[in-house]
Write a protein that binds this ligand. Structure first.
Ligand code: AMP
Length: 176
Protein backbone atom coordinates (compact mmCIF):
# COMPACT_ATOMS: atom_id res chain seq x y z
CA UNK A 1 0.00 0.00 0.00
CA UNK A 2 1.34 3.46 -0.84
CA UNK A 3 1.71 6.21 1.75
CA UNK A 4 -1.08 8.08 -0.02
CA UNK A 5 -3.43 5.08 0.27
CA UNK A 6 -2.56 4.61 3.94
CA UNK A 7 -3.32 8.27 4.68
CA UNK A 8 -6.54 8.20 2.65
CA UNK A 9 -7.69 5.16 4.61
CA UNK A 10 -6.89 6.79 7.95
CA UNK A 11 -8.76 10.08 7.58
CA UNK A 12 -12.33 10.34 8.83
CA UNK A 13 -14.65 12.51 6.77
CA UNK A 14 -17.28 14.33 8.83
CA UNK A 15 -20.02 15.86 6.66
CA UNK A 16 -21.54 19.21 7.70
CA UNK A 17 -18.96 20.00 10.43
CA UNK A 18 -18.56 22.64 11.80
CA UNK A 19 -21.35 23.91 9.54
CA UNK A 20 -23.54 22.67 6.74
CA UNK A 21 -21.78 22.00 3.45
CA UNK A 22 -18.27 21.51 4.93
CA UNK A 23 -16.65 18.09 4.54
CA UNK A 24 -14.40 18.13 7.59
CA UNK A 25 -11.24 16.01 7.30
CA UNK A 26 -10.64 14.57 10.76
CA UNK A 27 -6.98 13.60 11.16
CA UNK A 28 -7.30 12.40 14.77
CA UNK A 29 -7.92 8.89 13.42
CA UNK A 30 -4.55 9.01 11.65
CA UNK A 31 -2.84 10.11 14.87
CA UNK A 32 -3.98 6.84 16.47
CA UNK A 33 -1.48 5.02 14.21
CA UNK A 34 2.09 5.64 15.41
CA UNK A 35 3.64 3.62 12.56
CA UNK A 36 1.93 5.79 9.99
CA UNK A 37 2.84 8.98 11.86
CA UNK A 38 6.51 7.85 11.84
CA UNK A 39 6.34 6.97 8.15
CA UNK A 40 4.89 10.38 7.30
CA UNK A 41 7.51 12.26 9.27
CA UNK A 42 10.29 10.18 7.64
CA UNK A 43 8.78 10.91 4.23
CA UNK A 44 8.76 14.68 4.81
CA UNK A 45 12.22 14.70 6.37
CA UNK A 46 13.69 12.86 3.38
CA UNK A 47 11.75 15.06 0.91
CA UNK A 48 13.20 18.25 2.40
CA UNK A 49 16.59 17.11 3.67
CA UNK A 50 18.40 18.33 0.54
CA UNK A 51 16.59 21.68 0.29
CA UNK A 52 18.71 23.56 2.84
CA UNK A 53 15.73 24.38 5.06
CA UNK A 54 16.71 26.58 8.03
CA UNK A 55 13.32 26.71 9.81
CA UNK A 56 10.00 24.86 9.73
CA UNK A 57 7.03 27.18 10.32
CA UNK A 58 3.83 25.43 11.47
CA UNK A 59 0.31 26.86 11.38
CA UNK A 60 -2.00 26.78 14.41
CA UNK A 61 -3.04 24.34 15.42
CA UNK A 62 -2.85 21.15 13.41
CA UNK A 63 0.28 22.34 11.63
CA UNK A 64 2.03 21.88 14.98
CA UNK A 65 1.28 18.15 15.14
CA UNK A 66 3.77 17.13 12.46
CA UNK A 67 5.64 20.42 12.10
CA UNK A 68 7.68 19.97 15.28
CA UNK A 69 8.70 16.43 14.28
CA UNK A 70 9.64 17.48 10.74
CA UNK A 71 11.80 20.29 12.15
CA UNK A 72 13.45 17.97 14.67
CA UNK A 73 14.08 15.39 11.92
CA UNK A 74 15.71 18.07 9.75
CA UNK A 75 17.63 19.27 12.82
CA UNK A 76 16.31 22.84 12.44
CA UNK A 77 14.14 25.11 14.64
CA UNK A 78 10.35 24.99 14.65
CA UNK A 79 8.43 28.31 14.71
CA UNK A 80 4.67 28.54 15.35
CA UNK A 81 2.31 30.94 13.61
CA UNK A 82 -0.70 31.55 15.84
CA UNK A 83 -3.99 33.37 15.79
CA UNK A 84 -3.71 37.00 16.93
CA UNK A 85 -3.30 37.54 20.66
CA UNK A 86 -1.89 34.10 21.55
CA UNK A 87 1.87 34.64 21.31
CA UNK A 88 3.33 36.25 24.45
CA UNK A 89 6.33 38.19 23.09
CA UNK A 90 6.64 40.93 20.41
CA UNK A 91 4.86 39.88 17.25
CA UNK A 92 4.51 40.65 13.55
CA UNK A 93 0.96 40.18 12.22
CA UNK A 94 -0.90 39.73 8.97
CA UNK A 95 -4.67 39.96 8.33
CA UNK A 96 -6.44 38.01 5.65
CA UNK A 97 -9.98 37.72 4.32
CA UNK A 98 -12.30 34.88 5.23
CA UNK A 99 -15.57 34.03 3.53
CA UNK A 100 -17.23 36.36 6.05
CA UNK A 101 -14.99 38.90 7.76
CA UNK A 102 -11.27 38.57 8.35
CA UNK A 103 -8.69 36.84 10.54
CA UNK A 104 -5.21 37.68 11.73
CA UNK A 105 -2.18 35.50 12.37
CA UNK A 106 1.05 36.35 14.15
CA UNK A 107 4.65 35.20 14.51
CA UNK A 108 7.21 36.18 17.14
CA UNK A 109 9.17 39.13 15.77
CA UNK A 110 12.55 37.56 16.56
CA UNK A 111 11.77 33.98 15.47
CA UNK A 112 12.97 34.22 11.85
CA UNK A 113 16.26 35.72 10.73
CA UNK A 114 16.58 37.62 7.44
CA UNK A 115 17.45 35.19 4.67
CA UNK A 116 16.20 32.10 6.55
CA UNK A 117 14.97 29.41 4.16
CA UNK A 118 11.55 28.38 5.43
CA UNK A 119 9.30 25.38 4.96
CA UNK A 120 5.64 26.19 5.81
CA UNK A 121 3.66 23.20 7.06
CA UNK A 122 -0.05 22.70 7.76
CA UNK A 123 -2.40 19.74 7.86
CA UNK A 124 -4.70 20.93 5.10
CA UNK A 125 -4.82 23.35 2.17
CA UNK A 126 -8.40 24.55 1.57
CA UNK A 127 -8.94 28.08 0.16
CA UNK A 128 -5.27 28.93 0.73
CA UNK A 129 -5.96 32.06 2.81
CA UNK A 130 -4.07 30.77 5.85
CA UNK A 131 -1.08 29.54 3.85
CA UNK A 132 -0.91 32.85 1.98
CA UNK A 133 -0.98 34.82 5.25
CA UNK A 134 1.83 32.61 6.58
CA UNK A 135 3.86 33.31 3.45
CA UNK A 136 3.27 37.08 3.77
CA UNK A 137 4.34 36.96 7.43
CA UNK A 138 7.58 35.17 6.55
CA UNK A 139 8.26 37.77 3.85
CA UNK A 140 7.64 40.57 6.37
CA UNK A 141 10.43 38.98 8.41
CA UNK A 142 12.68 38.94 5.30
CA UNK A 143 12.75 35.15 5.21
CA UNK A 144 12.54 33.11 1.99
CA UNK A 145 9.78 30.51 1.72
CA UNK A 146 11.10 27.56 -0.26
CA UNK A 147 8.20 25.15 0.21
CA UNK A 148 4.69 24.49 1.46
CA UNK A 149 3.91 21.01 2.72
CA UNK A 150 0.41 19.79 3.50
CA UNK A 151 -0.94 16.43 4.53
CA UNK A 152 -4.21 17.02 2.63
CA UNK A 153 -5.39 19.32 -0.12
CA UNK A 154 -9.00 20.08 -1.11
CA UNK A 155 -8.25 20.88 -4.74
CA UNK A 156 -11.76 22.10 -5.63
CA UNK A 157 -11.29 25.05 -3.27
CA UNK A 158 -8.39 26.35 -5.36
CA UNK A 159 -5.93 27.06 -2.54
CA UNK A 160 -2.96 26.38 -4.80
CA UNK A 161 -3.79 29.40 -6.95
CA UNK A 162 -3.37 31.69 -3.90
CA UNK A 163 0.23 30.57 -3.28
CA UNK A 164 1.47 29.51 -6.72
CA UNK A 165 2.86 32.94 -7.55
CA UNK A 166 5.24 32.64 -4.57
CA UNK A 167 7.42 30.29 -6.61
CA UNK A 168 7.74 27.98 -3.58
CA UNK A 169 7.28 24.24 -4.07
CA UNK A 170 3.79 23.04 -3.00
CA UNK A 171 3.28 19.43 -1.95
CA UNK A 172 0.47 17.42 -0.40
CA UNK A 173 0.26 13.71 0.36
CA UNK A 174 -3.43 13.32 -0.55
CA UNK A 175 -5.39 15.60 -2.84
CA UNK A 176 -9.20 15.31 -2.90
P1 AMP B 1 -7.75 27.73 4.27
O1 AMP B 1 -7.18 29.00 4.83
O2 AMP B 1 -9.12 27.91 3.71
O3 AMP B 1 -6.80 27.08 3.27
O4 AMP B 1 -7.96 26.74 5.48
C1 AMP B 1 -6.92 26.04 5.99
C2 AMP B 1 -7.02 25.83 7.48
O5 AMP B 1 -8.35 25.52 7.91
C3 AMP B 1 -6.16 24.67 7.88
O6 AMP B 1 -5.41 25.08 9.01
C4 AMP B 1 -7.11 23.54 8.20
O7 AMP B 1 -6.73 22.93 9.41
C5 AMP B 1 -8.49 24.17 8.33
N1 AMP B 1 -9.51 23.56 7.43
C6 AMP B 1 -10.13 24.18 6.40
N2 AMP B 1 -11.02 23.37 5.80
C7 AMP B 1 -10.97 22.19 6.45
C8 AMP B 1 -11.65 20.93 6.29
N3 AMP B 1 -12.57 20.71 5.34
N4 AMP B 1 -11.34 19.93 7.14
C9 AMP B 1 -10.42 20.12 8.12
N5 AMP B 1 -9.75 21.28 8.31
C10 AMP B 1 -10.01 22.31 7.51
Amino acid sequence: MTLQQKVEGSIRNIPDFPKKGIQFKDITTLLLKPELVNELVEHWVSEYSNKNIDVVVGLESRGFLFGVSIAAGLDVPFVPIRKAGKLPYKTVGCSYDLEYGSAEVEIHADALKPGNRVLIHDDLLATGGTARAAYDLCRKCDATVVGFSFLLELSDLGGRSKIEDTGAEISSIVSY
